[in-house]
Write a protein that binds this ligand. Sequence first.
Ligand code: DCP
Ligand code: CA
Ligand code: CA
Length: 365
Amino acid sequence: MRKIIHIDMDAFYASVEVRDNPSLRGKPLIVGGLPHSRGVVATCSYEARKFGIHSGMASSRAHQLCPEAIFLPPRFDAYRAASNRIRSIFLDYTDLVEPLSLDEAYLDVTVNKRGIPYATRTAREIKKRIRRETGGLTASAGVSYNMFLAKIASDLHKPNGLTVIRPEDAHEILMKLPIGKFFGIGPVTEKSLTARGIRIGADLFRLSLKELCALLGKSGEYYYGIVRGNDDREVMPEREHKSLGTECTFEHDITDMTELVATLAQQSAEVADDLRKNELAGKTITLKVKYFNFRTVTRSRSLDSHIDDAETIGETARNLLLKTEAGTVPVRLIGVTVSNFHDPKPEEKEDANFFQPEFDFGEEL
Ligand code: DCP
Ligand code: CA
Ligand code: CA
């Protein structure tokens, strides 16, 4: 049996902001678009959640719900730095780390670099180190025998939780679980399932494999498994970057070419910077344009050599822009991506791993 830990930072962007400005502690804080823009809430502090505010909500709506809330624009560099920090902590315990986003990852600690016999103890130690080494940020951890249950577990006692789902507990927890919490069931599927009277795990559990496939298509089989506590997906260590890029949605749709070209120049500089930080250079430059009506087109060009400089990226993107309808049709979003990198160097293997065959969540919790 495997030992999987899922770690997810609490109110991630908001917690970083509070850490960097302690006078914000205890206050309803929103990170994202400002109240009078057409932006949305990226996240908010737990104090703000009491007002019904949540990620993805229009900032204007959040402002209505809680006029005294403090709004801050995101500072991605600070979040990325914290993310890198926690990732390097994870790698002290196992190479099998699969990040899902900046603030969360799966770890397979069945084989454990530190020789800690219990996954629960490992999770507790990781939480402690995150707190110490990120200047006080907290994480919630879930421990179980597969990825799906570990993720469910990390969400059960947020914030600052540590939850174990043992094989004998899984069934009861799964039966009570709202279907929206089943990984991969988004709001649209949730709605259509609810309309058929399927609200919680127990409702899914009653369906045959055939019925599930009729409802959920190819993923029917996956859900048939996970509602029974079976999930044999493996934790996949972070894959090499296949491309690097950036995009931005404008406050107002843009027709003016000068403004579009200026945005491209800035984006090219950002991408060049990212390429250099990752020691990458690419041959293919792709421009993405989304028009006011959400119609999206991409235009690519491959060069003869690998490049990582802002000027070449910017100039190529500018030429690609001329092949679109920008300038006549209003543009909502524009983006630049570089891909087609050098073959990555084969990674050096760690040999410090040793196998920890027994599986025991029990002893300490
Ligand atoms: N995020 C975002 N837009 C969303 C959802 C999230 O920009 N619609 C960003 C901001 C979050 C971060 O990603 O801080 C992590 O997202 P989570 O869903 O894990 O939410 P939080 O970490 O903010 O809160 P929680 O304590 O519920 O995990
Ligand atoms: Ca989180
Ligand atoms: Ca998350």
